[in-house]
Design a protein around this ligand. Structure first.
Ligand SMILES: [Zn+2]
Length: 87
């Protein structure tokens, strides 16, 4: 039977994982960050497993984007520009 990751396992890659529980809940997607550990479930404890649904990277310079701090500054600048005039 195909088992995914278990609570306590180290997260190998940031992305969206499908959490499959022990009957009390339908599978659902969660975002988990690389280097964290998969948590256990408050209801079914370690009878939950996680499988990678969609790997994703943090947006940033590595992907050809500005980093988020720069983006925030740009957004603030644009907000200032547009907030004064109305339309
Ligand atoms: Zn559960």
């Amino acid at each position: 039977m195909p088992m995914g990751f278990r609570p306590g396992d180290r997260v190998p890659a940031t992305g969206i994982y499908t959490a499959s529980h022990d009957q009390h809940r339908q599978p659902h997607d969660v975002v988990v960050t690389q280097g964290e550990n998969f948590p256990d479930c408050r209801t079914c404890h370690d009878r939950v497993s996680f499988s990678l649904a969609q790997a994703a990277k943090h947006i940033g310079p590595g992907d050809g984007f500005h980093n988020t701090a720069e983006t925030e500054a740009i957004a603030k600048k644009q907000a200032k520009k547009s907030s004064g005039g109305g339309d």
